[in-house]
Unconditional design. Sequence first.
Length: 395
Amino acid sequence: MRISKDQTRRETFLVHLIKPSHYDDDGYVIQWVRSKIPSNTMATVYGIMLDCAQRNVLGPSIDIEITASDETNTRIKPDKIIGAIQAAGGKGLVAMVGVQSNQFPRAMDIVRPLRAAGIPVCLGGFHISGCLAMLPDIPPEIVEAQELGVSLFAGEAELCRIDEVVKDAYNGELKPLYNHMSDLPGLDGAITPILPPETLHKNIGSYSSFDSGRGCPFQCSFCTIINVQGRKSRYRTGDDIEHILRQNLDQGITSFFITDDNFARNKNWEAIFDRIISFRERHKVKIRLVIQVDTLCHLIPNFIQKAKRAGVKRVFIGLENINPDNLKAASKKQNLITEYRAMLQAWKQADVVNYCGYILGFPGDTPERILADIEIIKKELPVDLLELFCLTPLP
């Protein structure tokens, strides 16, 4: 076979997307053979990076090869990544995606040997975006990352914003900061969040994830959502959701975590549920969903009924607290504790498991008060699962 001139000059640019885990109290990386919650940031960035590759943003003779690894179910070996990128002529990029505050120390431990070997690294996620949005000064751990030559990405990656990062990494010219916090992209027609089967099958039940909306209209003082994703709500359409379902169904994936911080306040919730219900019936597939909602969702006509028909099997609800003074102090005015019991019973009647978040450590809390409140929950509220979180300030 005759080889064309162009074929002899082909290059490969390696992109490693890594979602770091975090350390336990003894300093060990938390990791499982199979993990439960898929990373929506990983799916979003992978879909955007795949689009970059398909559009040949580095030119027609340069292939972009993408690897996506979630450290909660995959061992990350920096030496192998270094060797692979060096074998490709040094052309590559390691992107630490969706890094939250408790994951930042682990992310930096992965980053240090990469930067020591001269590997281009870009780091983004809620810790970077949240700190830049909320704090007057850059915290020392982020300063350290910059001093190591790590490029920071703040904000959302749609609107071809990753193109610039990829081109700069290829040319060895990564900028210290790509700051898109002031410009929130719309989601109507946005690139589909997607992950390859080899990544998804490392999740229990082969769950994938997508966001049908971003932003939140509420003003809870303890939440970074409104500072990172803004209070302006943006939504995908029913067509977008069906496209996501089709792409995943082609990979054998029928279970999804819809990562909206509050799906019940998505103005397109009914159109999205109707499209999923129709998709289930047309394709005879048992789609399973996990969603997050607020404590007043049961008052929305038909919301719980359509959630059940759409395949919702588990719902995460931020109870946050049962003490009215704590809720008021946190500007959580939408949580009406008088509605908690009715709301939880409505989900149980729909055969949907409720998974509730509860925050400890509000200014008015004492050990005795916390224990008394937990006893009230055990006796009065039909909670299936209660997860306790400690209120933790930034930085």
